[in-house]
Design a protein around this ligand. Structure first.
Ligand code: HEC
Ligand code: HEC
Length: 362
């Protein structure tokens, strides 16, 4: 009797100690135990002065924990069954892009940089991805990650950090209880939250606009070519995004076939043949080769194209390209062309590239 009493008394004591510990842990750390509910902290996106307000979709609000999870996943080959991560093709040194991607069918695509993606209304060269939040779903497929989903679940479940991070970001108690579709959706939502934080707004050109630095006389001359009728670049690549967030045919080809049909592939509208997204020119120095198919190796080649290589007879060519003053080309002098390239290089943002918030966390 006495022994039983002692045991049960001890048990009662230890149960009490456990209960008190639990209460203390829960009240100190706010809902961190795996079951229960975790309320993620809203992330305040720092919109640079002069930038428009980006639209954040209601179904994927940004949170500190979601951004952290997306940051890890962006660099982690855990998502693939072939050792690739997003960072394989979107590498920091090249403003989170890389040279040409060649598909299994041999189609060459220039890999777009990741910056200021929060402001794009559509994604990909032909606008085939209307939502950033869903775009990376395609990466699980055979051309990119070739992901075996049951392996992925096991890898995440046995990872020292991810189960807790999914709990913090999305209140997921057990990733193995999600369907493949649900898990993929959480992953791409976190990736998109992270990508929206990737903001570039501190290039020499930004500093010039903020009156913190001056352009050299050559850069200033290039800027004038860019932003006046002399070169007429600003209509499609205007400040602050250096993109008009629209689709244009800038006269690269006179016929549009196969992978060169552009927006037509999405809309099937004849008037959209040859129209491609007018991309941002930020960090353009780092993202060769240029154009959707990477046909130009250097910025000098791009400038020469606009100066003398535009196909005026291209169907659906943008009216900006065929203004009467341009009909015999831009007629820029050798110096003006060199200065235009010098101006384009003022769009390089080393603060962005070296931002520890976008560094490889693994
Ligand atoms: C094997 C190379 C490769 C990998 C790996 C890869 N991407 Fe890409 N990414 C591309 C290419 C090529 C394009 C351009 C596709 C197009 O326009 O048709 C692209 C386009 C994008 C875009 C659209 C950018 C824009 O300006 O329109 C986003 C966003 C993106 N990728 C995110 C990701 C994420 C997130 C991952 C990881 C889950 C990833 N990518 C992995 C090659 C890759
Ligand atoms: C009518 C709109 C328009 C005008 C004007 C225009 N561009 Fe473009 N630009 C585009 C489009 C659209 C693309 C993408 C075309 C493609 O890849 O098929 C592009 C692509 C580029 C690229 C390559 C970007 C990359 O990531 O590969 C550079 C560099 C560029 N333009 C610079 C200029 C300069 C410099 C001028 C002025 C001389 C200029 N653009 C005038 C619409 C325009």
């Amino acid at each position: 009797m006495v022994t039983t009493f002692l045991v049960s008394n001890n048990m009662r004591k230890s149960a009490f100690v456990i209960l008190v510990t639990l209460i203390v842990v829960i009240s100190c750390q706010k809902n961190v135990s795996l079951p229960g509910k975790y309320t993620a902290t809203p992330y305040e996106l720092k919109v640079p002065k002069g930038f428009p307000t980006p639209v954040i979709p209601v179904e994927n609000p940004m949170t500190v924990e979601g951004v952290n999870l997306g940051h890890m996943l962006y660099f982690d080959p855990i998502l693939s069954s072939n050792g690739k991560s997003c960072n394989t093709c979107h590498t920091k040194e090249r403003s989170f892009s890389s040279p040409l991607f060649v598909s299994k069918t041999g189609i060459k695509t220039s890999v777009p940089p990741h910056l200021n993606l929060a402001w794009n209304p559509e994604y990909n060269w032909d606008g085939s991805a209307p939502k950033l939040d869903l775009l990376p779903l395609a990466d699980f497929g055979p051309d990119f990650f070739n992901t075996n989903m049951s392996d992925l679940v096991q890898k995440i479940k046995s990872h020292p950090k991810y189960p807790f991070m999914f709990k913090q970001a999305f209140n997921v108690d057990d990733v193995a209880k999600l369907s493949s579709d649900e898990l993929q959706l959480k992953i791409v939502y976190a990736l998109s939250q992270f990508m929206r934080t990737m903001i570039s707004s501190n290039s020499k050109c930004d500093k010039m606009f903020r009156r913190e630095v001056n352009f050299t006389p050559e850069e200033l001359d290039g800027f004038q070519t860019f932003s006046t009728e002399r070169g007429d670049c600003f209509h499609c690549h205007g400040y602050p995004l250096f993109s008009n967030n629209s689709f244009n045919n800038n006269g690269l080809d006179s016929v549009h076939l196969g992978a060169d049909v552009g927006l037509f592939a999405v809309t099937k509208n004849e008037y959209d043949k040859g129209k491609f997204s007018a991309p941002t020119l930020r960090n353009i120095e780092l993202t060769a080769p240029y154009m959707h198919d990477g046909r130009f190796q250097t910025l000098e080649e791009v400038v020469e194209f606009y100066n003398s290589g535009v196909h005026w007879n291209s169907p659906n060519i943008d009216p900006l390209m065929t203004k009467s003053a341009k009909i015999y080309g831009l007629n820029l002098s050798t110096t003006q062309k060199a200065n235009l390239v010098k101006f384009l290089k003022t769009l390089t943002d080393t603060t962005y590239l070296n931002n520890p918030e976008f560094a490889n966390p693994l």
